[in-house]
Write a protein that binds this ligand. Structure first.
Ligand SMILES: NC(=O)c1ccc[n+]([C@@H]2O[C@H](COP(=O)([O-])OP(=O)(O)OC[C@H]3O[C@@H](n4cnc5c(N)ncnc54)[C@H](OP(=O)(O)O)[C@@H]3O)[C@@H](O)[C@H]2O)c1
Length: 311
């Protein structure tokens, strides 16, 4: 198939493009920068330079590639101050709203048969009441923390637009927290360093449940969805959702760091805002049963317990 990957140079894109090429697909990889064309060639893709927020350039790029499938992996996350979550996600939110709409209309014009987009399976996307682990049937959080409302609205926009596109097979992959090469949870990268330097405290009871996914496993699941996914949502997470109180100290041990500091919710709120406290104490994990069943996919790193060590 001919596959157009928006976000081909990012953490997931760099893992996905070579897998698509190895599986025999012709890949067109989009980037904003002329200078990243060489990287895309090396990954085996035809480079396409376009800004995802420019509808004409996107239409032109997709029109030229005439893909069978579009993959939307656009984000612009960078450094996040949890007290200003929506502010720091503003560009990502535009990519999830305007960017999605531009890619969908460009895809409709050439009649793509599948449209696979990056959703969110961790980080407070699911409702924060009831069972600790959610399936795709469970509702997204209807009352996100104040500082996460715009981000949650952008995620909803992306999901509704993709799943509502009746002219194509719209698929949303709700990924867990990425770790491994090229992510912020990798040796030397931001989050691992915060834990190593004891700057990632355990807030309250640390009862927030996180679902992780090794970036290579995320790419394998994405390949499976591109090749044979059906319209709908799939959680792409590992087998081992775990509370912060469990994974954070284990990660500290793995990194040879001191035990994470413990701070009460009130102090947590001062330094990380309501969004930070929610992430540490209230979020829910996700189940990968549907992706395993319907995509015939198995994570090679079924648990972060071994996965962190491997990363
Ligand atoms: N589920 C998760 O845990 C999750 C999800 C997403 C990201 N992250 C993490 O967040 C960190 C930062 O990621 P990031 O957001 O900077 O993403 P990234 O992994 O660097 O990828 C962003 C991709 O989007 C493209 N892009 C962004 N804005 C664009 C625009 N206007 N037009 C065209 N392409 C555009 C970038 O292309 P060019 O820069 O080449 O133009 C790049 O290919 C990474 O560590 C990643 O692991 C985690």
């Amino acid at each position: 198939m001919r596959v157009f990957v928006a976000g081909a140079t990012g953490a997931i894109g760099k893992q996905l493009v070579p897998r698509l090429v190895a599986a025999g697909h012709e890949v067109h990889g989009m980037t904003r920068s002329e200078s990243k064309q060489a990287m895309l060639y090396e990954l085996g893709a035809v480079p396409v330079v376009a800004d995802a927020l420019d509808p004409d350039r996107v239409a032109e790029a997709v029109g030229r590639a005439r893909p069978d499938v579009i993959v939307h992996q656009l984000t612009a996350i960078g450094a996040v101050d949890m007290r200003h979550f929506d502010r720091d996600f503003a560009l990502t939110n535009r990519l999830r709203t305007e960017g999605t709409d531009h890619l969908l209309s460009a895809g409709q014009a050439v009649g793509v048969r599948r449209f696979v987009a990056q959703g969110v399976g961790g980080f407070g996307a699911y409702m924060r009441t009831g069972a600790p682990v959610k399936s795709e049937e469970d509702p997204l959080d209807p009352t996100p923390a104040r500082e996460m409302r715009e981000t949650q609205a952008a995620i909803r926009h992306l999901e509704q637009a993709v799943l509502g596109a009746e002219w194509t097979e719209g698929i949303v992959l709700r990924y867990g927290a990425f770790y491994g090469p090229g992510t912020s949870l990798a040796p030397g990268a931001e989050q691992f360093e915060l834990v190593r330097r004891r700057k990632f405290p355990l807030v309250g009871d640390g009862g927030g449940v996180w679902s992780f996914i090794h970036i290579a496993d995320a790419a394998e699941a994405t390949l499976a969805a591109i090749e044979h996914g059906h319209r709908g949502v799939y959680n792409v997470v590992d087998d081992d959702p775990a509370p912060v109180a469990e994974w954070l100290p284990a990660l500290a041990v793995e990194l040879g760091a001191k035990k994470p500091m413990r701070v009460p919710r009130l102090i947590g709120r001062l330094f990380a805002g309501e969004a930070g406290v929610v992430m540490m104490t209230e979020v829910r994990g996700a189940s990968n049963a549907k992706a395993k069943r319907e995509l015939a996919w198995r994570p090679a790193h079924p648990s972060w317990r071994q996965g962190f060590a491997a990363a």
